[in-house]
Structures are given as structure tokens and as C-alpha cells.
Design a protein around this ligand. Sequence first.
Ligand code: MRU
Length: 360
Amino acid sequence: MNGRYKALWLDKEGNLVVLDQRALPFEKKSLAIKSAKECEDAIKNMTVRGAGVIGNCGAFGVYLAAREFKDDMTKFYQSAKSIQNARPTAVNLEWAVKRMLKKAKSANKNDLVSTLKEEALLICDEDAKNTQNIAKSAADLFEEIMKKKGKNDINILTHCNAGWLAIVDEGTALAPIYELKRRGVEVHVFVDETRPRNQGANLTAWELSQSGINYTIIPDNTGGYLMRQKMVDVCITGADRVSINGDVANKIGTYLKALAAKDNDIPFFVALASSTFDFDIVDAIKDMPIEIRDEDEIKSVKGLNENGDIVKVQIMPDNFSALNYGFDITPSRLITALITERGVCKADIKEIKNLYGDLL
Ligand code: MRU
């Protein structure tokens, strides 16, 4: 069992430590989380973000809640519920908290804390294994595409951040990129900036640069033009919640990239593990919970001033009106395939049921 991943780990006292993703790419610093409330806040204020990692953080939050409230189970359950509701769209958070609560129900009172700690670590270990499987399947697929095109190199477009900052320990959409690099493939990534929080420019670009992978940050509106210029071989994103028929909720702007890809005959893949499926959702437009975030995220940007200090700058007057949906839904018809820890499948109900029948 592994207690340490790159995005989060446990310290000697058993506290959760996370990489503070708000400080990247300018500063790499970690933050110790000692209570369930601190965990809930870290998810809400996006110290940690990304579907898998908020699930992991939520799982550790339930363990921290047990550490604080093992003698007051009402408080324990209230605290777990608040963590579960910290962010609405990525189903991994709800999935992880529910799994932890199921474990809590079957645990002895004396062993509750240690049992929950082990379970949270196990979820991380499973996520890490899943990313390795996704990496292999996707890299095989990408190499086939290169072969068909007679190319030795590949240009991949991605949106938001679905790397190891989002899913331990290699990510979903970025896992195949790391795998291709290991296989010696010449890989280049177009990184959508991903306004308004710039997870692409701040996090994906940082991750890729740490691993020596060639990338180019592009404004969110550029991808369509690059596709028309045949500068993109494949698109790949992660997912926050996927319906039983393969519709995908992911970072706002994903849908527009999938539309452009379809219009240009460019394969559009979505990488995810089973914890990101919501098998109960049939009508995604009606039933996917889509987060609406503070308009302040649109009205300001974070950067370095001339003294090298990180500052927040307002880019429009206070009274201007803005609307900040965090996610959108890409219909399955625009998705070439889902790449999962169990292999590749079409984004349709039949193939999803075939692959995950045991979980339905
Ligand atoms: O708002 P965020 O930064 O948590 O959104 C994250 C994304 O949309 C990622 O692309 C997503 O979680 C999919 S990969 C785990």
C-alpha cells in the first residue's frame, strides 16, 4: 500500500498533505489538512481539484472526520455529508465518500480510524493502477493512429487538466502522453488555456514541463483553427461524470472542441476510470449537476507583478455581469471512444454495459 502520491500524501502524524494547486505554476507548496472541515474547504476553494483527487481528498476527509468524531457518530456523518457536497459535478467525490461510509458501517468502533485510513489509501492505489491501464490502452491506440497516418510524431490537443494533479498518479488524459514519451514517441501537446481558472495554462503546462514533454499553450478559441490546418492528430480529455449512454460532463469548453474535432474528422477521446461513471444518469442535459462558480473568477486574473509577487488583477469593472458555468456536456455522438481502465469502448449504452455490467 502506498501512502505517498505526487498530489497528496499522509504525513507522520497521519494528517493529509496536499499540493496547493492554487499556487502553481509560480510556487510549489504543500498544505497540511488536519480536520474534516479543512478538507471540505480545500475542495471548495480548489486547493485541490480534478475529479479523482477531490475524490481522494474526500476519502481522507472521512478518515479525518472519524479521527475527530469517533465518539459522536452524528457529527461524523454530518461532516462526511458536507465533504460529499463540497463540489457538485465530479461524481468521484460522492463515489469516494459513499464507499468510505460503507466501510465505516462494517468497521469495529475501535478500528474505525485505522480502517478508514487504509480504505482511503486503497482508493488512491486503485486510482494509480487505473491510470496505468488507461495509459497503456490509449498509447496503443495513438500509436495505431500514427501508423495509419505514416507519422513518427503526434500532436495531441487537451483541455483543462487531467494529469497527476487531477487523478493519482499519472492522470487520465495525460497518462497516455507520459506513456508515449516512455515509449520514445515524439509527442507534442496543444494545451488549451482553459479560462477562467486557467487549469491548462497553469497546471497542465506545468505538469508537462516537469516531465520534459513538448507543449504549446493556446487560447481556448484557437483549437478549431489548428484542427482545420491539420495541426492536431487527436484530442483527449478527462471527465467529471459520464452517463450510462456515454455523455460526458467535463470542464467548460470541452463540447466546443468535440464539435470542431467532429467537423474535421479528428478522433476525440475521453479517458476515465469506473469511478467517474454515473450509471443512474440517462438524460445528461436534464440530470447532470453542473457547477456554477463565482463570477469573480471571470472578472479577475492571477499573475506575477513586476516585482515577481503573485497578485490578482481585476480585468473588468465590478458592476459588469458575468456567468461562470464550470462544466459542459459533450454528447456521446461526438466522442470517438472512451478509454477506461478496462479497455477502450464506444460511448454508448451497450458497450458501457458490456464493460461494466458487474457494477450496474
Ligand atoms: O474545476 P476542476 O479544475 O476541478 O475541473 C477539472 C476538470 O474538468 C478535469 O478536466 C476533470 O476533472 C477531468 S480529469 C480528472
